[in-house]
Ligand binder design. Sequence first.
Ligand code: C2E
Ligand code: CA
Ligand code: CA
Ligand code: CA
Length: 279
Amino acid sequence: AKAAGKGEIRFFDPEMQEVISQRLLLEEDIVRGLHAGEFNVYFQPQFNDDGGMTGTEALVRWHHPERGILAPGAFIEVAEAAGLMNQIDHVVLQRSCEQMASWARLEAFSNVTVSVNISSIQLYQPGFVQEVLNILQQTGANPALLKLELTESMLLTDMPQAISRMRLLKQSGIRFAIDDFGTGYSSLHYLQQLPLDQLKIDQSFVRGLPYDSNSLAIIRAIIAMAKSLELEVIAEGVETEAQRAILLNNGCRLYQGYLFARPGQASDVEALVFEAAEH
Ligand code: C2E
Ligand code: CA
Ligand code: CA
Ligand code: CA
């Protein structure tokens, strides 16, 4: 890169130029992919300590015609910066609710929840509450089985507004989880004010188990917090039997992670459930 002189804007830094054009290409490709219906949803099962499936988390995937199946890490940042995340989130919510309505016909799925990740832009968008209610009505999905995952930082952006939207949705039976819990600034005082149902222990703490004492201390504090607030607590990113065992010993009875199942298509989740029912 050549040094910029006084007052000179470095439009022609070739490396910078390359990064910018890559982002623009990706942005155009996302728009194209949205129109072509290439964004779809994978589901990752969640289990209780008896091995029963209690829920699934909806995770967006881009079925790219040339690059294969892409996880959010490959496009979410650019989609957010380009203001395209609300469109992607809309597709995810729609697809998730369609799947819920279809699973409602199966006995084995009668109590299985579907958790959907909500982005900050989406939560604070003017029509958000109506958007969710419309999709539920139009798909016929049971609102009581829908869980929306929010993050601490998102809620802190405008707590009064977030709370009022959550309350409106809660009137229809929709539940709420705080995702990546433990990485933000939550105090009991602030948590008490939110109409929550579940805390999700961030996978960075689970990763430290069973040996890292700091991770364990944080996990114990989260579980104690959940107990005192009467919230469900689930651990994500559970990869080993040792991690599951120590979580159980400390009172965490819900798990999500590669130890149990990777995210997959709806049909994969069904196969897993029916296989388990045979044993
Ligand atoms: P997240 O909400 O924390 O989702 C959990 C991520 O951990 C997923 O990655 C999942 O595939 C991965 N994971 C699950 N079990 C394990 C495990 O045992 N070990 C490890 N190492 N990883 C595990 P994914 O699908 O790549 O999603 C990454 C992030 O992208 C999500 O993190 C979430 O923040 C965001 N995201 C995913 N789908 C959506 C969506 O539809 N809308 C929005 N707004 N964000 C989404
Ligand atoms: Ca999540
Ligand atoms: Ca998470
Ligand atoms: Ca995350």
